[in-house]
Design a protein around this ligand. Structure first.
Ligand code: IVH
Length: 673
């Protein structure tokens, strides 16, 4: 069928809207419409393109994963070579660099532009009449690989440029990288599924772009910042690099927001210090900063030496990775009894911090990385996370070293250890008999998000437990100034302050109190949900499993952890003692579950939802008192069938269960709320 003028206009309108919203969401990080609204427009465009396949174009927002897997990447030649940068490692190197430029130009009348040096891989994007037509890796600078299909899957990269006055030909260069959150989540998932983990975000980004099947790349959390223009139709290049970046941004391309003008070498050094301090808070990894002469004419005047420009330099940060030697592998016992092996290392400077310990997570991880006492290892520290061992240089072993095995009893209390079902970790069975678990439980109780007891640090907790002044959290409130003032690093004043903080901590909230008890897998969000839904401690203590499972965020495992915790007599006693010591909070008024409007109803959600996210729909139904089940039975009162609903819908029809669509569900929720 031929599309009408109206269809064509609608298709174009939808594409423009989606490009615009995508730009606001991904590049500016300022979404202007709800996700659901975006999805609606997207689905509408998809269905029009399905109806009129002749209208499909490669720059359509629907075409991010469109091509079949490749057999191999094609080679591409960079018309303008992709250069590398000379490196500087300290301030003096930068002052020397600046002096060289001043000498060559016989003037100091020029400015720099300073940018973070992103830790990913360089990519060239070619746009023709505003459409992305080719993307290539840097390769050896002269030839790279054609990775267009993979680059097209990265949401932040526009398939079509926006705005006016776009050059017919434009080659943009920049760095593709993997933001830290995505990297960590991806590795955690891989660990769970016993798949390969990436050593760092740079390897992860490179590995993700080197996939022959773009569907794999599409599932990787990649991003990009553009930092220069390669080839461009004549007349389009402004006079300054900073203006070129501003133009790229105007055309919808992502540009790093941390970059800025730097008047002279001193301003460059100040920029370096500023970014170095910010480094741990940035959501992506950087390995230094880059200073570039800002005026293109001056850049031209300075030219190149071998394969690096004279007008730019990379000022590197101290390395985040270093080599060290494993002196020992100790096993630590955490709050919930989980045994964690920790490598004791020969001290080494990593990213400007002295590192002597690195976590090894669990026995499987040690095996996978083949880490043994005596090995030389790569240690890595990123942001404020605990340093870890990336890999062992087992090929450097000079004599045979013993493989490490986890102990079969708790190294602290000697109790048996048990394997945690479905996980690779093992746990001490000693419970609060185990001194290590007791210490961790008390540290957790005193921590900021729990009862926030000022002045009760980890070291002090350890002393108090070691000296048997306290055995559990409720003993804290029996401590006296006399007992405290003679402890190491304490005095009358600190002792008095701690007693005051303990007193202040007694006034708390129900959710903080529940969180502070350290019930397995009950984090802040779950504690808050318990407090808001059950309202008081008695209701939480005595809630049946079925009631707990009705509460948003709580599944069968967490429900059973809560039940088990309160059924232990020693926990009951501790809670009572805490209340007797004067801990108090305000209860929350909640409607009894029986009075909730959907109490007794059992819903099943099936098929794709357009507007509501399935988890949201589930939560909202639960908040209204309904139970949400995963399978249809005679007891089911209502099935919500979304797009492509399958066997559950068939079963519901067979059993005569009421079936509604997503719109009807939204109406029910709106009317009741
Ligand atoms: S400019 C001629 N700017 O660093 C200038 N490069 O060592 C070429 N890089 O291959 C690059 N952040 O992958 C430039 N803000 C930035 C950068 C940057 C990271 C990478 C790029 C390049 C390598 C050079």
């Amino acid at each position: 069928m031929m599309p009408s003028h109206q269809d064509l206009a609608k298709i174009q309108w939808l594409r423009d809207q989606l490009h615009q919203y995508g730009y606001q969401y991904y590049v500016l990080d300022e979404p202007t419409i709800p996700d659901a609204e975006y999805d609606k427009l997207f689905v509408e465009l998809q269905s029009l393109e399905k109806q009129f396949p002749q209208c499909l174009t490669l720059d359509s927002p629907t075409q991010r994963v469109g091509a079949p897997a490749l057999l191999k990447f094609q080679t591409v030649t960079h018309e303008v070579p992709m250069l590398s940068l000379a490196n500087a490692f300290d301030d003096q190197d930068i002052l020397d660099f600046n002096q060289r430029l001043c000498d060559r130009l016989a003037s100091s009348d020029f400015q720099y532009f300073a940018e973070p040096k992103l830790d990913g891989l360089a990519i060239s994007l070619q746009y023709e009449n505003g459409c992305l037509i080719r993307a290539a890796t840097r390769g050896d600078g002269k030839t790279g690989e054609n990775v267009t299909e993979n680059i097209r899957t990265i949401a932040i990269i526009p398939l079509k440029l926006m705005g006016n006055n776009i050059p017919e030909k434009l080659e943009v260069r920049g760095e593709v990288f993997m933001p830290l959150q995505g990297f960590n989540e991806m590795n955690q998932k891989a660990l769970k599924n016993a798949q390969k983990v990436f050593a760092n975000p740079r390897n992860a980004a490179a590995g993700s772009l080197r996939q022959l099947d773009s569907k794999i790349t599409a599932n990787r959390p990649l991003s990009m910042f553009c930092y220069s223009i390669g080839q461009v139709s004549s007349g389009f290049l402004p006079d300054y690099h900073s203006d070129a970046l501003a133009l790229l941004k105007q055309w919808g391309l992502p540009v790093c927001p941390e970059s800025s003008l730097a008047e002279d070498a001193q301003a460059c050094l100040a920029f370096y210090q500023n970014i170095l301090h910010k480094r741990d808070q940035l959501p992506y990894e950087i390995d230094g900063v880059v200073y570039k002469v800002n005026q293109f004419k001056t850049q031209e005047q300075l030219g190149f030496v071998s394969r690096a420009p004279r007008w730019a330099i990379a000022h590197k940060f101290p390395a985040q990775e270093a080599l060290s030697k494993v002196i020992a592998i100790d096993v630590q016992v955490g709050r919930t009894g989980v045994l964690t092996p920790v490598a004791r290392l020969e001290s080494v400077l990593v990213g400007g911090v002295i590192v002597t310990n690195a976590t090894l997570h669990n026995a499987d991880e040690i095996k996978r990385k083949d880490v043994r006492v005596g090995d030389t290892v790569y240690v890595r520290r990123a942001g404020d996370v605990i340093p870890e061992i990336v890999r062992s240089l087992s090929e450097k072993r000079q004599q045979s070293l013993d493989e490490f095995t986890m102990p079969d009893e708790c190294p602290v209390c000697g109790s048996e250890v048990e394997k945690i079902e479905g996980e690779t970790s093992i746990r001490c069975t000693g419970g609060i008999m185990c001194q290590a678990q007791r210490k961790e439980a008390i540290k957790h109780f005193a921590s900021r998000k729990a009862l926030d007891i000022d002045g009760l640090g980890d070291k002090l907790v350890e002393q108090l437990v070691d000296l048997e002044l306290i055995h559990n959290i409720s003993d804290l409130y029996q401590l006296s100034i006399e007992q405290l003032k003679n402890l190491e690093r304490m005095g009358e004043k600190s002792a008095d302050n701690l007693i005051k903080s303990l007193k202040i901590s007694k006034k708390t909230t129900l959710d903080r109190f529940i969180y502070s008890l350290g019930i397995r897998e009950v984090g802040q969000a779950t504690a808050l949900s318990l407090a808001n839904n059950l309202g008081n401690l008695d209701a939480i203590k005595h809630a049946e499993l079925a009631v707990l499972e009705q509460i948003p965020d709580i599944g069968p495992v967490v429900a059973s952890n809560i039940k088990k915790f309160f059924s232990k007599i020693e926990n009951e006693q501790i809670v009572e003692q805490l209340i007797d010591s004067g801990l108090y909070w305000q209860n929350i008024e909640v409607k009894p579950i029986e009075l909730l409007p959907l109490h007794g109803e059992i819903f099943v959600l099936t098929g794709g939802m357009e507007t509501l996210k399935r988890d949201d729909a589930k939560r909202q139904l639960q908040e209204l008192g309904a139970k949400v089940s995963g399978s249809v039975s005679k007891k089911t009162t209502c099935v919500v069938a979304g797009e492509n609903a399958g066997s559950k819908l068939d079963k519901a029809e067979k059993l005569g269960v009421k079936v509604i669509d997503e719109q009807a569900l939204i109406e029910i929720i709106n009317v009741i709320q």
